[in-house]
Design a protein around this ligand. Structure first.
Ligand code: C2G
Ligand code: CA
Length: 345
């Protein structure tokens, strides 16, 4: 057993974005393999293979927490916790603080920087802000997703989706419900492309961009409330592929009324929309690591493809959007085939 001893504090009873701060420390530690015990003054210590002692009230923001060895846990240069080996038990004499000091004197321990924030009544707003930014799929958050967010996701979508998720946090909506809802929005948006008026096309484009934004909320709520699931992750990706096809199909149907050759563009754009996620997901399945496509790549991830459709709808240039997706997506697919040749397993 790996034992986590967390010094209890009033502040852990406070709620932050749908969960108590108590759950917000308990759940990530349990996920990292620890049995969690809160203690008030001093505590008895049972035998364990390792001991994690958290002395200060903190909110752990780091995703995919990995804790092993003997370490001082440090955040912003301040020690907030200790990770010790099974020999800690032998030092224990009833006084936890003294035991920690004795142990540190006799044993060499390393330092591990963990992204967390010290909790106090004054900085709960800061904690909330940092918690929200920890949900975004960028390298800084320590998340190891299949792949990181594209440029439109980072600079536009996440800013809005995080606000929506903040609103949803206190409600009972599940990530899978958001996934299905987001898909339905994409179907409604696609259907509007078929009405063949500029106004309907404009609204369709806006709805598709809204769909792209809400596509971030399912994952954000899942991470925020510790509700991630394999099925949810799978469904999220699979419904995205259906949505991609439906959107491109409807856009193609609409633009091909002026020129039948646009079917070729639509066909190639649909293929591109499939080969980009396929090459990424296949990489993750085989190489078992996050797909980061090297130093140079053509940015044609889903957030960008949907943004191109959005722009095409606004400027009434949907055929150009299809052409860009078709050409850039297929070139990027080929580029990946060549670039990955030299990457070792
Ligand atoms: N997830 C989940 N259950 C769901 C949906 C998502 O558990 N019903 C989790 C999974 O871990 C999945 C991850 O959230 O791998 C996806 O995270 P999102 O933030 O939804 O990101 P994604 O849909 O890939 O990209 O502009 C928005 C982004 O491009 C959205
Ligand atoms: Ca999603």
């Amino acid at each position: 057993m790996k034992l986590a001893l967390v010094r209890d504090s009033e502040i852990y009873n406070r709620k932050l974005l749908g969960l108590t701060l108590r759950d917000r420390i308990k759940l990530p530690l349990e996920r990292a393999g620890f049995t969690v015990r809160f203690f008030k003054e001093d505590t008895s210590v049972e035998h364990a293979e390792s001991y994690l002692i958290i002395n200060e009230p903190v909110l752990i923001l780091e995703r995919d927490l990995e804790l092993n060895g003997r370490k001082l846990l440090v955040s912003d240069g301040v020690t907030f916790g200790y990770l010790f080996g099974d020999d800690f038990h032998a030092f224990f004499d009833g006084d936890l603080q003294m035991t920690i000091e004795k142990y540190l004197e006799r044993n060499s321990v390393g330092v591990q920087q963990i992204w967390s924030v010290k909790l106090s009544d004054e900085n709960l707003k800061l904690a909330e802000k940092l918690l929200l930014s920890s949900l975004v799929k960028v390298k800084r958050t320590g998340l190891k997703p299949a792949y990181y967010d594209g440029i439109i996701a980072r600079t536009l979508n996440r800013i809005i989706s995080l606000r929506i998720s903040k609103y949803l946090a206190d409600r009972t909506v599940t990530p899978n419900q958001i996934t299905v809802f987001s898909f339905l929005i994409s179907v409604i948006g696609s259907a509007l492309f078929l009405l063949n008026s500029y106004f309907a096309t404009l609204i369709a484009g806006i709805i598709i961009q809204l769909h792209s934004i809400i596509d971030g909320c399912d994952g954000e709520i899942a991470r925020l409330k510790f509700l991630e699931s394999k099925y949810g992750a799978w469904l999220d990706g699979v419904l995205d592929r259906y949505a991609d096809f439906i959107i491109i199909f409807c856009v193609t149907l609409s633009v091909s009324q002026t020129n039948g050759l646009y079917w070729v563009l639509g066909f190639l754009a649909a293929f591109a929309s499939f080969i980009i996620p396929y090459t990424g997901d296949k990489y993750v399945a085989v190489y078992k690591q996050t797909y980061t496509s090297g130093s140079f790549r053509i940015p044609i991830t889903r957030d960008i493809r949907l943004f191109l459709i959005f722009l095409g709808a606004i400027f009434n240039t949907l055929a150009i959007s299809l052409a860009l997706i078709a050409v850039l997506g297929n070139i990027e697919g080929l580029r990946r085939i060549i670039a990955l040749r030299s990457v070792e397993l």
